[in-house]
Write a protein that binds this ligand. Structure first.
Ligand code: NCD
Length: 329
C-alpha cells in the first residue's frame, strides 16, 4: 500500500490495522519528518481543508501536536475548549460536532473521557453522508491510535532512522510497565507491537494488571503476550521499556498502597535498566509523574530516554495521519 491507495477514512482504533497500513504510516511520517527539518517546514497538502480539534478532556501534547501538524499541512484549524463552549449551556456532543460540520470541517479530532464517543460521532457522520473523517484523539480506557503510531515510529526509527518499517520489531522484547488497566495508550501499543511480531511483556501490580487483561488480544497473539506481577522478569533482556503514568484521576478504588511503595516495586530507574539489554531505550507517553513511574534522572538521560523524540515525532506522525485520511479514497 502507498499513500495514494490509502482507504481508511476514520482512525478510531489500531485493533484492525494491517501491516501495510502500519508501514504506509511509518514511510509517510518519515517524509514529513524531513519536511519538518527543512527551512519552510510547511506543505500545501491540506490547503482549504478544515481540521476541528475537539478535546473534551485535558491535554497538552496531543492537542498541540495535532494543531501544529494541521498547520504544517496548511489546513485551517478550529480549536474547541469545553469550558468556554455551548456544552456548558446543555448542547450535546453530537450537536457540537454537527455545528463544526455546518462550518465545513473535513476532519474532527475527538478526545473524550468516555470510551466510544469518537466511534459514535463517526457513525453519525457516515449516516449523514457528510464525508467527514473522525480521528480518535484518545477515548476513555479504549484506544489512543496516534500515540500508538508515534510510539511505533519512534521505536522503529531508533533502530533504522532512514527506513522505519514494522518488521524491524520482529522478536524484540518490549516491556510495558505501569497503570495498564487505565491506559488507552497501552491498549493501542499492545495492538501495534503484537502485529509487528514483537514479544510484549506487561508488568504491574495485580490491581493495575488483572489476569483477564490477556483476553483483550486475539488468540493468534496469545503466545507473544506475557503478564508479570514483578518487574524483573519483564525487564530482563528487554530491548525497549514503555512506562505509563499512574492515572490518579481514573482510580475510583484504593488500587495502590502508596506512590512510594509503587515506585519501589515498579518504578523504572537507571539501576533497574541493568536487567535489560545494554542498548535498551525507554519511552513514556507523558505527562510524567517524576519519581513515581520513572526516576527523574532516567527521564532526562539522553542515552536511554526517547521521551522527547516521542514528542518531536508526534508532529510528523500526525501530519502523516491527517494527510492520509484527508486524501483517502
Ligand atoms: C496519555 C493519554 O492522555 O492517554 N497521554 C497522551 O496523550 N500523551 C497518557 C496519560 O494521560 O497518561
Amino acid at each position: 500500500m502507498t499513500a495514494t491507495s490509502w482507504t481508511r477514512k476514520h482512525i478510531i482504533s489500531l485493533e484492525d490495522f494491517s501491516i501495510e497500513e502500519y508501514n504506509t504510516v511509518l514511510t509517510t511520517a518519515s517524509s514529513f519528518k524531513d519536511v519538518l527539518q527543512s527551512r519552510t517546514k510547511k506543505v500545501p497538502a491540506l490547503q482549504g481543508q478544515v481540521v476541528a480539534n475537539m478535546f473534551f478532556e485535558p491535554s497538552t501534547r496531543t492537542r498541540s501536536s495535532f494543531e501544529l501538524a494541521a498547520k504544517r499541512l496548511s489546513a485551517d484549524i478550529l480549536n474547541f475548549a469545553p469550558s468556554t463552549s455551548s456544552l456548558t449551556k446543555g448542547e450535546t456532543i453530537l450537536d457540537t460536532a454537527k455545528t463544526y460540520l455546518a462550518m465545513g470541517a473535513n476532519i474532527m479530532v475527538i478526545r473524550h473521557s468516555q470510551s466510544g464517543v469518537p466511534l459514535n460521532i463517526a457513525l453519525e457522520m457516515d449516516r449523514l453522508q457528510s464525508g467527514v473523517s473522525i480521528f480518535n484523539g484518545g477515548d476513555g480506557l479504549h484506544q489512543h491510535p496516534s500515540q500508538g503510531l508515534l510510539d511505533l515510529f519512534t521505536i522503529c526509527s531508533s533502530l533504522e532512522s532512514k527506513n522505519p518499517q514494522i518488521s524491524l520489531l520482529k522478536d524484540k522484547k518490549i516491556a510495558i510497565v505501569g497503570d495498564i488497566l487505565h491506559s488507552r495508550v497501552a491498549r493501542s501499543n499492545i495492538n501495534s507491537l503484537l502485529a509487528s511480531g514483537a514479544q510484549v511483556h506487561l508488568a504491574s501490580s495485580p490491581t493495575l494488571l488483572p489476569s483477564l487483561f490477556a483476553d483483550i488480544v486475539e488468540d493468534k497473539y496469545k503466545d507473544r503476550l506475557f503478564l508479570h506481577w514483578h518487574l524483573k522478569p519483564a525487564l530482563e533482556n528487554a530491548d525497549f521499556v514503555m512506562t505509563l503514568r499512574l492515572q490518579k484521576e481514573r482510580m475510583t478504588d484504593y488500587l495502590l498502597p502508596s506512590l512510594r511503595e509503587y515506585h519501589q516495586l515498579f518504578g523504572i530507574t537507571l539501576d533497574r535498566l541493568q536487567w535489560c539489554k545494554p542498548e535498551v531505550k525507554v519511552l513514556h507517553p507523558g505527562p510524567v509523574n517524576r519519581g513515581v513511574e520513572i526516576s527523574s534522572e532516567l527521564m532526562d538521560d539522553p542515552n536511554y530516554s526517547l521521551i522527547s523524540d516521542q514528542v518531536t515525532n508526534g508532529v510528523a506522525v500526525r501530519m502523516a495521519l491527517l494527510y492520509l485520511i484527508g486524501n483517502s479514497k
